[in-house]
Design a binder for this molecule. Sequence first.
Ligand code: SF4
Ligand code: SF4
Ligand SMILES: [Zn+2]
Length: 470
Amino acid sequence: MTRVRDYEYYDVVLSLCSTCLRKVEGKLVFADGKVLMQKRCPRHGAETVLIADDVEYWRRAREAFLKPSEMPRRFQTPVRFGCPFDCGLCADHEQHACLSLIELTDHCNLTCPICYADSSPERQGFRPLAQIERMLDAVVEAEGEPDVVQLSGGEPTLHPDFFAVLAAARARPIRHLMINTNGLRIARDPEFIERLAEHRQGTEVYLQFDSFERAALEELRGADLRDVRRRAVEQLNEHGIATTLVVTVKRGANDHELGRIIDWALEQPAVRGVTFQPVQVAGRCDDFDPLRDRLTLTEVRRRILEQTDVFQPAEILPVPCHPDCIAMAYALKRAGTVLPLTGLIDPELLVSVGRDTIAYEGEHELREALFGALSLGNAASDLPVRLRDLLCCLPAVSTPDGLGYENLFRVIVLQFLDAHSFDVRSVKKACVQIVHPDDGRLIPLDTYNLFYRGDLEHTRLAELRAEVER
Ligand code: SF4
Ligand code: SF4
Ligand SMILES: [Zn+2]
């Protein structure tokens, strides 16, 4: 009698041991409708990690949503130790920075338990303007005209030279500038919002907005920020400052509120979309089981679909720059109505994208237009054009007149790789990159937090590199 495995074997994967961070080989397998990574470290044993809870979506992302990689203008480091030990970007990387982050400080007026930068009021020190300008120049040098640059932190609005930094960023050929903020200053400082409003053209606020509930906010942020959040959005509406709400999703804390947040966001005139970022329970928590407890992109996507009627499954699609880690959907907001793109696009056409058979004669153009629209790097000015291109590809769809950025609403699910889910194949496409404060290297956020933040490169990474050399 033949004996059969209780899973389907799909591929080999190159990952990391989540204990010692050495590179280890593993397998990707399908079991019970889930994608699992099985790997083994000779020193620390076997580990099984939940990668996705929707095999069909995950496979389609990986197999159909492919496009030729777009390169930066220049790479910054040679290939020497092998991925992910050469970041900067090295010549082996497969996607330029659709979004680059510049951290102005580690200082913050919150102490969120989930903060990956470990920011807090105790951490003092603001990067000097001259250093920040060098970081901005490094992005421009690598990218030419960077698509999206985010001023981040810590809390960037606390920087004493914040408006000088903003002016310096705006003086460079950055297509879309975002301010990554927890909203406290926006909610509480009328003078600040007035000054910010003077820069509203081409600047967007990327506003932390996790929950309507006290318990969830306390769990995620260590504070009841309900009033701060509402007040900040009121101010942004009043001053007409384009805003994206950013929701850090933690299982059991706020994963039941995703639909409610989208529905509420659609009613806010300033809000252009919601970005959902799953977080994993902190590594300190001893009983974390990567097989049971990980919150994956596919689960967040599924919960959005369960909790709101605005989007249909065929619409929340993988983003071809980094399809494993980013999903995106669009709706049009016009004159008080919300028109999900499902209403305009035959879902069959989207489902057929990347199929071998020619579904209809314009499939190639549709694919190009769709992939053009599905990008994290779409700046405010391009997005209406991209969507108009997409709509024009569709027979029997009339493009709405006067489509502008203020009419667009975008939902994004953005996940980062961690030591558990790490996949060398995938990380090479990481397009959210952070500027190294000392030398201006552009490093994927995923590897930055594992190997390059603060002293890690000289402690943790130096040893791993030395081992490779031996
Ligand atoms: S993640 Fe990219 S930049 Fe970093 S080592 Fe790998 S290929 Fe190079
Ligand atoms: S607001 Fe942001 S930077 Fe500040 S502690 Fe929280 S996560 Fe960290
Ligand atoms: Zn190990």
